[in-house]
Design a protein around this ligand. Structure first.
Ligand SMILES: [Zn+2]
Length: 409
């Protein structure tokens, strides 16, 4: 099968999508259900229509664009990714899987192929945790592992309110996909790590996805005037939180495994005044590992440290587990199909573990799944200088198209 990728068109569509942003170029900020997110969705829907795809949106804004196969009643083959972007990030994370997925379908259409199974392009609602504090709420709900009714942003506004404002309606209970909806799912994504570029390999096929977890830690002490409250009487919430931050680092390092990582990426200090003793702090903590047991060991070490700090500093510390997901092993048959598709295009392909998590982690709960990685410059992601070459994107798109064709026959 001859697969021609229109790289010029795909590059210009990625650039256009990047203009829907709350941050000035080259940075991209596009939080789910924001005005820019809604404009970006409308842009993609226009492209889907041009390609003759059947579009459906669910109650929380997951978008399905289907190229109907010759046997439309068979379980479909899924692909796709996300278009939301964390504040001040780049233009390739997620979008390559959505617009690359679209170009893969267009390339198959141009080749004259008619798939037996339908091929469906997904745009997941919010892979990033920016709005609701939990990543992948769209694919979690599709997989039936989250019901969405408890999701709130940091100001207490619910998913229900946000999605209604963004124009999505329907019962949350209708979002979960029925068993056997997909026969397979393949997500194209930039690596977000340095390995493919360093090794000069154009294609990575993902064999496992690391287990992510995140915590919110609330520390409460006692505020007061920075001049009037003397040091012996202090119950400074921020000083306590600082000890907890270092305890997270210590816990992650203590496993001795290169795959264990722990990060405190959010620290809100109240009241946030130079002359006020901090009375309350909220930390957000991210811990990951490819071994769920080892990861859970780190979580309990952090918990223990929190209790010790609370006693030592006479503050209260409350820990809330936002998520603690299992890792996934990707489907061996799909890994083989992607490897063969790369070989057929004359592209070297390397098996690898994804340390970042993706919607595929949750799609793998309901269908055989894997991911295709392409190199990105210096492994940089979630930054304005994130970059993948048009050639790298075209190569990934070609392998995706070949994989979809094999799966849909
Ligand atoms: Zn992503």
């Amino acid at each position: 099968m001859k697969l021609e990728i229109d790289s010029i068109r795909l590059t210009s569509e990625l650039a256009k999508l990047a203009t829907f942003s709350d941050a000035p170029a080259p940075a991209v900020t596009r939080v789910v259900f924001s005005e820019q997110d809604r404009h970006a969705r409308a842009y993609c829907l226009g492209l889907y229509e041009e390609a003759g795809l059947q579009v459906r949106e669910d109650a929380v804004g997951n978008v399905f664009a289907r190229w109907v196969g010759a046997e439309p009643d068979l379980p479909a083959i899924g692909t796709g990714s996300h278009i939301d972007a964390i504040p001040h990030s780049g233009q390739y994370d997620g979008t390559v899987g959505v617009l690359g997925g679209l170009e893969a379908i267009r390339a198959l259409q141009r080749s004259g192929m008619r798939p037996r199974r339908s091929i469906e392009l997904m745009m997941f609602s919010a892979e990033e945790p920016t709005r609701f504090g939990i990543g992948c709420f769209g694919s979690r709900m599709l997989a039936g592992v989250l019901d969405g009714t408890t999701l709130r942003d940091k100001d207490g506004k619910s998913l229900e309110e946000w999605r209604t404002m963004a124009g999505f309606i329907g019962e949350f209970s209708t979002v979960a996909l029925p068993v056997g909806y997909y026969a397979g799912f393949v997500e194209l994504h930039i690596e977000q790590g340095p390995h493919l570029e360093k090794d000069g390999i154009p294609i990575g096929v993902v064999t496992a996805i690391a287990a992510p977890s995140s915590l919110r830690i609330f520390v409460e002490g006692e505020g007061g005037h920075a001049g009037a409250v003397l040091m012996p009487g202090r119950r400074d919430a921020f000083c306590a939180a600082a000890e907890i931050v270092l305890a997270v680092e210590t816990a992650a390092r203590s496993t001795g495994a290169i795959d264990t990582v722990g990060t405190v990426g959010v620290c809100d200090v109240f009241p946030g005044a130079v002359n006020g003793v901090p009375s309350r702090v909220r930390l957000e903590v991210d811990v990951r590992d490819i071994d769920a047991g080892r990861r859970d060991g780190v979580l309990s070490q952090i918990d223990k440290a929190c209790q010790e700090v609370a006693v030592k500093r006479s503050v209260t510390v409350r820990t809330e587990v936002v998520n603690a997901d299992l890792p996934t092993v990707c489907d061996a048959r799909l890994v083989e199909i992607v490897t063969k598709a790369a070989e057929a295009q004359g592209l070297a392909c390397q098996k690898m573990v994804s340390r970042a998590y993706h919607d595929t982690l949750f799609m793998s709960r309901i269908t055989p799944a894997t991911m295709i990685f392409i190199p990105c410059r210096a492994g940089v992601s979630h930054r304005p200088d994130e970059y993948a070459t048009p050639e790298a994107i075209a190569a990934g798109t070609r392998v995706l198209a070949g994989s979809l064709a094999a799966l849909a026959m």
